[in-house]
Design a protein around this ligand. Sequence first.
Ligand code: PLP
Ligand code: COI
Length: 339
Amino acid sequence: MNANIDWATLPFAYTNTGANVRCTFSNNQWGEITVHADDIIPIHMAATCLHYGQECFEGLKAYRGKDNVIRTFRWKDNAVRINRSARRVAMQEIPEELFEKCLRTLIETNKDFVPPYGTGASLYIRPLLIGTGARLGVNRSEEYLFIMFASPVGPYFKNGFKPGKVVVERDSDRAAPLGTGTVKIGGNYAAALNTTLRVQQEGYSSAMYLDPKEKRYIDECGPANFFAIKGNTYITPASLSILESITNLSLMTLAEHIGLTVERRQIPLEELAECNEAAQCGTAAVLSPIYSITDPANNRVYTFGKPDEVGPVCMKLYTILTGIQSGDIDDEFGWVTKF
Ligand code: PLP
Ligand code: COI
């Protein structure tokens, strides 16, 4: 393993690991997979990704187990989702076998960067698809570049697994109801960037978006889905403007497994007053408990449990999820692939 990294204090930040994987699509076919040490890509200034947002990406992680085996979690779901995103912005889809081959090559060439077991760190993998063909009028590209790079990372939110603060955003939307909120494209993050920076400066971990139509129901939290525990029920928003989180889908399965009822439905903001626990969830966020959700427009703060204490259901779900990912707990759902 790479000896120059302090694994336990790793932030969620980019490190050049010296090996990224690329594949280009041109003349109607995908080419050979190539491995590159350089993290700079040459790109035409009129490329469609730069002007017309022909870009989509994914995020998944590789974990090192106690047994030293490297595992990934539900990578096929990422392979399916990147194609859903690609279709939405008229891009070339990536065959699943190609996605898998790139992933295997990436992990093989980056295995020294998969953090040691027990450090809380993991290898974040970022598949990225961009339109590279030059177009002046609004159009799709005929050429694409698929890249997979990796970076060892620690917790996404700086307080890690400690309960954080979230604030309700009412002055902007990250996505429109029939827009692109259900897919993972850069434009959604650009639309939220000013708000993200502002709320972080105000001491919050994330902005909570409401449904863009009525501004009544909870959508999601910046880069993560939202769920709450209400009595014996796991509730999480159903919405036409949020990303379907693979982590959230897994937590729903685990919640049922431990005897909770799962409800995926519209959640009015005020219902938070009846909830016992709340959290953000995602590949980067894992399960990040929320202590408070502030709604400045109504001068209201919803709190959950105690400021520094993770609620019992969140703790249980986190332990099982991360246990399966690291190989400590048997993967009875078939979510894990060993590398
Ligand atoms: N919502 C948004 C907007 C995200 O960017 C992410 C991260 O991928 C998620 C939710 C969580 O999704 P997943 O659990 O598949 O990583
Ligand atoms: C992820 O959880 O993988 C994300 O993509 C969230 C964020 C880093 C954009």
